[in-house]
Design a protein around this ligand. Structure first.
Ligand SMILES: [Zn+2]
Length: 471
């Protein structure tokens, strides 16, 4: 029998606001435990929450970036459940009236495009962090109350690949919109996955929720595992239960955690401490004007600069790549030349790093200066590579590096003639080959000249002089 897998995602992303969602505590990762807390975020009696307008604004920015309709009326509700990471025994969230409705993103899959719809985006607070150690559990409330947006998709995905492509698209968009740092290892982006299977043409199956997915790779593996588990179960006449399962990445299996609660189990009700938010059309329009240029827009601009489609795709794959490229152009406006260096040399280095660590460690200005020296013939390609390596590893000033590394290109034709006369004299065979019409032998002369000048000879000049001397 042919089965179809149906997948929906709930993606949580911490917003990069300066302070928490409902109090003035700092929103920062890595502070000493329980130092960014106050009566509001540890829920002392009588403490009253105040909505952080920056969090509302950033949630709306993301909504606009993925084509949501922004609600003019939005309400915070209490989602009630007891767990030690939640001091109030309820989480301030949104249910009935979320900030952003609808929208969606287009993903590239199997050489084609597919549109994945969003149901809504709502704003809520993060829970505290539990630290399990030697038989006891400690609570760090620094994260409690940090603003989160939850982006809930429609069940529009049918494979693990599609789910990961969707996640990657959301991540890129969050970064372009500038609302989250999306560091997966710091928990800034997390997701829960709903998976069900059904026979093609038959009603949808019972869905199972997967939790504890800490990397895109884990999401991929967990979906594949869960989808085969459900198909196997149905094939042998079993039943799928609506439940929450925990993914164990080490063992590569999921196991039942609890039966899945319905939303009524959380006894949502409007938080009486927080007035509903009213968002005017003028306010939405003003945020729209602040929306940074997104990947698609930048790609169009790069194509107009004369870059190829694939180069434009590479440069816009991450916002920091695009920002870097534009930063270099500001100092040295040679789009094609700059693009070639970045897509070849910069990406070669980036590709040796883990995906999470792929950031460019040098200043755009430093690369611009180096490329100018290269373009004007102050240094040759070998010299440019040496300086680039040095900038990547240790930073520095390219102009000074030319001197300290002794890379100034030899453009003195008198001196080069002397060097080449010697090479020609000691290699009569190569000279004969060149006379016989083997133009490729020129590379040999250039190589020899480089060797004799410790890589400083101007290769163009070398070729000219060799031609002249052999004639
Ligand atoms: Zn606080």
């Amino acid at each position: 029998m042919e089965y179809e897998t149906v997948i929906g995602l709930e993606v949580h992303s911490e917003l990069n606001t300066a302070t928490k969602c409902f109090c003035g505590c700092k929103n920062e990762f890595g502070a000493p435990v329980n130092t960014n807390c106050c009566p509001i975020c540890i829920a002392l009696p009588g403490a009253l929450p105040i909505v952080n307008s920056e969090a509302v604004k950033k949630a709306i920015l993301m909504g606009l970036a993925v084509g949501c309709k922004i609600s003019n009326y939005s309400v915070f509700e209490r989602k009630n459940y007891f767990y030690p990471d939640l001091a109030k025994a309820y989480q301030i969230s949104q249910a009935e009236y979320p900030l952003c409705i609808g929208g969606g993103v287009e993903i590239d899959i199997d050489g084609g495009k597919k549109y994945i719809r969003l149901n809504h985006i709502h704003l809520e607070e993060d829970a505290a962090k539990l630290i399990h150690t030697k038989g006891e559990t400690l609570v760090d409330y620094n994260r409690g109350g940090v603003p989160l947006i939850e982006m809930v998709s429609e069940p529009d995905m049918n494979s693990a690949d599609e789910a990961v492509a969707f996640l990657e698209k959301l991540r890129t968009t969050l970064l372009y919109a500038g609302v989250s740092d999306c560091k997966m290892q710091e928990g800034s982006i997390k997701c829960d996955v709903n998976v069900s299977v059904h026979q093609k043409g038959k009603p949808l199956g019972t869905r199972v929720e997967l939790k504890n997915l800490n990397s895109f790779r884990a999401v991929h593996r967990a979906i594949e595992y869960e989808s085969s588990r459900q198909i196997e179960e149905l094939e042998k006449g079993g039943k799928i239960f609506q439940e929450t399962r925990r993914w164990d990445d080490e063992r590569g299996i999921s196991y039942a955690m609890r039966s899945k609660e319905d939303s009524q189990d959380y006894r949502y009700f409007p938080d009486p401490d927080i007035v509903p938010i009213s968002v005017s059309e003028e306010y939405i329009a003003s945020i729209k004007r602040e929306l940074p240029r997104l990947a698609e827009q930048r790609k169009t601009e790069y194509l107009q600069l004369g870059l190829t489609e694939s180069d434009a795709d590479l440069l816009t794959a991450q916002r920091d790549y695009a920002d870097f490229f534009e930063g270099v152009l500001k100092e040295f406006n040679e789009p094609k030349f700059v693009c070639n260096w970045i897509t070849a040399e910069v990406f070669k280095k980036l590709n040796t790093l883990d995906v999470e660590e792929r950031t460019i460690p040098l200043e755009p200005k430093a690369l611009a200066t180096m490329l100018k020296l290269y373009k004007t013939g102050e240094i040759n390609q070998a010299g440019a590579r040496k300086i680039f390596d040095e900038l990547w590893e240790n930073g520095g000033d390219p102009v000074q590096l030319v001197d300290s590394l002794g890379l100034k290109q030899m453009n003195d034709s008198g001196a080069l003639e002397k060097v080449l006369a010697n090479i020609i004299e000691t290699n009569p065979k190569a000279v004969q080959e060149y006379r016989d019409g083997n133009e490729k032998i020129m590379a040999f002369f250039v190589g020899q000249a480089m060797k004799a000048t410790s890589g400083k000879a101007n290769p163009k000049l070398v070729a000219e002089i060799v031609k002249k001397l052999i004639k």
